[in-house]
Design a protein around this ligand. Structure first.
Ligand code: S6P
Ligand code: ZN
Length: 191
């Protein structure tokens, strides 16, 4: 970068879709076949086309993973849908460096941010266009789409946070978000 230079940004997003474009942007997607073991109702999960898209993530990673002092930014789009009584949702994770927090904000649709502390206390915050969420350190987080349209949310997290998916694969969240009588409710998980 030259002294006194004025340049165009290397990245941008499209406000209508929140699609990110530019240098250093990666994308990934999770289909039903990638989410084995995430939903409680395994027979309902097996009855769904394994190629169905559940969510897509785009992220801008301006520095290498594990860099101290940098930030990453991502957008996640979760399709509407259910597996039994559970809504389409992200896998959920703690951060590998468990004392790293994160911001989420919702840009489209409605959903629920489900958070679980290290001592397995689980609660949820409603997500809607304009909702802003601070995820504390030592807190597992996942998002469920409770609406009928795609849920789109942004995330910003420290570049040295990392992702610990194994803990959730092993012991899950202590509660699951289920639709009961048309209403999303947190229900104690079966062990
Ligand atoms: C990263 C941030 C999000 C999630 C994304 C998918 O720290 O929390 O970008 O990676 O929402 O969720 P998951 O649990 O599959 O990574
Ligand atoms: Zn995270």
């Amino acid at each position: 970068m030259e002294h006194l230079s004025i340049t165009d940004p290397d990245q941008r997003f499209f406000p209508e879709s929140w699609f990110l474009k530019g240098e250093g942007i990666i994308a990934s997607e999770k289909r039903m076949k990638d989410l084995t073991g995430i939903f409680e109702d395994t027979s309902a999960a097996l009855s769904i086309d394994p190629e169905i898209l559940v969510y897509r993530v785009q992220a801008h990673l301006p520095v290498p993973e594990n860099t101290l002092g940098g930030l990453f930014l991502g957008t996640t789009t979760i399709q509407p849908g259910r597996v039994g009584e559970e809504y389409y949702m992200t896998r959920g994770h703690f951060h590998s460096k468990s004392d790293r927090g994160e911001y989420y904000w919702c840009m489209h649709g409605t959903g629920m941010l489900i958070m679980m502390s290290a001592d397995r206390i689980t609660h949820a915050e409603k997500m809607f266009r304009g909702s802003l969420h601070y995820i504390n350190k030592n807190t597992a987080h996942r998002v469920a789409n409770t609406g009928l349209v795609p849920l789109i949310f942004g995330a910003c997290w420290p570049s040295d946070a990392g992702h610990d998916y194994k803990s959730i694969e092993r012991t899950g969240f202590s509660a699951r978000l289920k639709e009961k009588n048309g209403i999303p409710c947190l229900i104690e998980s079966r062990l």
